[in-house]
Design a protein around this ligand. Structure first.
Ligand SMILES: NC(=O)c1ccc[n+]([C@@H]2O[C@H](COP(=O)([O-])OP(=O)(O)OC[C@H]3O[C@@H](n4cnc5c(N)ncnc54)[C@H](O)[C@@H]3O)[C@@H](O)[C@H]2O)c1
Length: 692
């Protein structure tokens, strides 16, 4: 049982004990329910205090039991709450550290609540596309007021207990010994009758219709793709205008409806997917890790500077090495400017600015980095340059240092072979801007040691990245898939689309940016360089020539103020380009393709399914460990719409049989060979299964 009972004089204390946050799993619920029954039956007991052991009062539902029969087994949280509310002796919640979700709902069912300052109080269900389903939307407005409750429930963000002192949520704030204070409070209230219940408090909110209309407009605009926030507003509105029991019914109906929405399932998939990504089947969690107390970066270019910032932000000193003073100065000046901009926005204090800048040093000498625990190479993407750097690192770095490469396309195993310690070599593929983007692809070479992998995985958490393991292949998980997407985008231009139509269609689907706007932002010359290599290595792979023609015109994107779109000085807004559109139409004619009207649906299906099919190969080859890892890559690194849960999750919701049927249809068009379903996709579709 994960809750214990103890009787101290006339007061019984029930302590939740389910580390790490006293989640309300089955055993904990049984503990509270049975314990309460037992202590209430004792004549000597005059009041009951409920609290949590360790680092929380309660963090709410037990995520280990999510989606298992245990989560629904009696006594459910509703049953426990009903038992507390119906108790014939006062029940007092002694809140500290964390009271969230079901934990807060449990406290709200008690007759009284006392709290320590510094406790995080929240109803975060909206973050999983849900709403508090055990009375939270009805009880919280009754104690903290409609506006505060609405803010808390719609945002899901925590509020410190002392900020809520003075509301009816807490009958007393207790500085110092919480338990002693709670017991004294319980003794004082032991004989007071009737027992107060939050449900009996009247919500007094005149003019509530105008307020809720305003709230709906604001929340609706902010949460375009997610239904939960608006449903939260509906429930709080019910609390303000209906009888308690009727409000509870509204809450229940909305909760059950939200559970079934794709958006909530997508958010839960993301929540669990991020946790799953950190698990590597053959590298147990207790694998010893190497200490990372200092870092070095080779190259102070676009990526090197951003990567260095990650270490400084995490409090790890980092030295950046360049070949020439000029390049070093330029790189470090960019880093400083980035921090200054953050400071100007009020998101960084002068003290933190000084601390972070103080942690980043520059050097031209390998002597200054040889003792670093990890070195990350971010030099030009050329094997010859990488070879020189890794041979040098092998020569100078202390034994046991992790040697990482930020390469986006080169063979990590070859890079490792330039050293006599391939077991210490790993890929850390950051995304641009490296100080902002959450994704970190961690590339496992054939010889990468398990402790190096475990250390790098732990490091990704420390620097607040979502680490996803990838095997070695060209482009790893993310870029290998995006290449297929880009190829399709090119073919769509040849067949009848213009850049704007393609971008708008996929942006309407939810992507942050369509492929052509993205190309203009990242620089079209980068893809050009990759294609040139491809033409030599993979003559079988077909590409539209439109992107090459664009680059031949010098239209590299925003940096040349001209790309797929035109740009005005000082303005990043893309304007459709007549010149480019004429070039595209002429190109179709030149290659003998009759242009046709292409539907937005076709655009979205071709762009997304091309990635899904490639991901099926990636899974089969063992490059990605699991389908949800592919989704994490796309949700955290490529702007795939969160409400659709990532490409694999999306394909699952469409139904793999439907995906394959669409691919067969497109196989009848140009480039039919492109649309051959990967064996894994074909197999799963045939069996009626899903990726995730
Ligand atoms: N730019 C991106 O979006 C991106 C994203 C992910 C990965 N990458 C990869 O990161 C690496 C760096 O890319 P980038 O965009 O920062 O390039 P960049 O051209 O902006 O910077 C490279 C820097 O390395 C320095 N350099 C070159 N050779 C060196 C050497 N021998 N010793 C020390 N410094 C040297 C250069 O002076 C330059 O400042 C490449 O492997 C690239 O594929 C880039």
């Amino acid at each position: 049982m994960s809750a214990s009972c103890e009787i101290k004089g006339s007061i019984a204390v029930i302590t939740l004990n389910n580390p790490p946050v006293n989640g309300l799993g089955y055993a904990t619920r049984v503990g509270i329910f049975d314990g309460l029954k037992k202590v209430l039956s004792k004549r000597a007991v005059k009041a009951v205090v409920i609290t949590g052991a360790g680092r929380a009062f309660s963090g709410g539902a037990d995520i280990k039991e999510f989606n298992t029969p245990k989560s629904m087994a009696e006594p459910t949280l509703h049953t426990v709450i009903a038992a507390i509310e119906a108790a014939d002796k006062p029940v007092i919640a002694a809140v500290h550290s964390v009271a969230m979700g079901g934990g807060l709902e449990l406290a709200l069912a008690c007759h009284y609540r006392v709290a320590a300052p510094g406790a995080q109080i929240a109803l975060p269900e909206v973050k999983l596309g849900l709403l508090p389903g055990a009375g939270g939307t009805q009880r919280l407005p009754r104690v903290v007021g409609v506006e505060t409750a609405l803010n808390m429930i719609v945002s899901g963000n925590p509020v410190l207990s002392e900020k809520l002192a003075g509301t009816k949520l807490f009958d007393q704030m207790i500085e110092g010994d919480l338990m002693a204070g709670a017991i004294a409070f319980a003794e004082k209230m032991a004989a007071v009758r009737p027992l107060p219940k939050v449900r009996d408090i009247k919500v007094d909110y005149p003019n509530h219709e105008a307020f809720f209309q305003f709230a709906r407009n604001t929340v609706g605009a902010m949460a375009k793709n997610f239904p939960a926030p608006l449903k939260c507003v509906d429930c709080v509105a019910a609390a303000a205008s209906m009888k308690f029991e009727d409000g509870l019914k509204v809450e229940r109906e909305n909760f059950l409806a939200l559970m079934q929405t794709t958006e909530s399932k997508a958010l839960r998939h993301f929540f669990f997917g991020e946790r799953a990504a950190s698990k590597i089947p053959d590298v147990p969690e207790d694998t010893p890790k190497r200490p990372i107390k200092s870092a070095a970066i080779i190259g102070a270019g676009t990526m090197g500077g951003g990567i260095a910032m990650n270490f400084a932000n995490a409090g790890i000193p980092v030295t950046v090495l360049e070949m020439k003073q000029e390049a070093l100065d330029k790189g470090l000046a960019t880093v400083r400017r980035n921090y200054e901009n953050t400071m100007k926005k009020g998101k960084l204090t002068q003290q933190k600015f000084d601390e972070r800048i103080g942690l980043i040093k520059g050097t031209l000498s390998y002597d200054d980095i040889k003792n670093a625990d990890i070195v990350i190479e971010a030099v030009f993407e050329e094997m010859g340059v990488k070879e020189k750097v890794f041979r040098k690192l092998d020569e100078v770095m202390k034994p046991g240092a992790i040697l990482a490469s930020n390469t986006s396309t080169l063979d990590l195993n070859k890079i490792a072979a330039f050293t006599k310690r391939p077991q210490d070599v790993i890929g850390t593929h950051f995304f641009s801007p490296a100080n902002v983007m959450k994704l970190l692809e961690i590339v496992r070479g054939v010889n990468t040691a398990k402790d190096v992998l475990a250390t790098t995985m732990a490091l990704s958490k420390k620097i607040k990245k979502t680490g996803v393991v990838s095997g070695v292949c060209d482009g790893f998980i993310g870029n290998r898939m995006i290449e297929q997407y880009s190829r399709q985008a090119g073919f769509l231009l040849e067949e009848g689309c213009l850049p704007e139509q393609v971008d708008k269609a996929i942006e309407k689907f939810g992507f942050a940016m369509g492929p052509f706007r993205m190309g203009d932002m990242a620089g079209n010359d980068i893809g050009w360089a990759i294609r040139k290599r491809r033409y030599a290595e993979r003559p079988d792979m077909k590409y539209s020539k439109t992107a090459d023609l664009l680059c031949e015109l010098g239209r590299y994107g925003q940096k040349t103020s001209a790309g797929w779109y035109d740009y005005k000085p000082g303005d990043r807004k893309p304007y459709p380009s007549q010149l480019v559109n004429d070039m595209i139409i002429k190109h179709s004619k030149d290659i003998g393709v009759k242009r046709r009207a292409v539907s937005d649906r076709e655009i979205v299906e071709r762009l997304v399914y091309s990635m899904v099919n490639e991901a099926a190969y990636i899974l089969e080859e063992g490059i990605a460990q699991r389908a949800s890892d592919v989704d994490m890559v796309y949700l955290t690194g490529y702007g795939f719409p969160l409400h659709r849960g990532g490409p694999m999750f999306y394909a699952d919701t469409v139904g793999l049989l439907n995906v394959v049927a669409a691919m067969k249809k497109y196989a009848k068009g140009r480039h039919g060979e492109f649309w051959k379903p990967a064996p894994l996709l074909a197999k799963l579709a045939k069996k009626g299964k899903t990726f995730n």
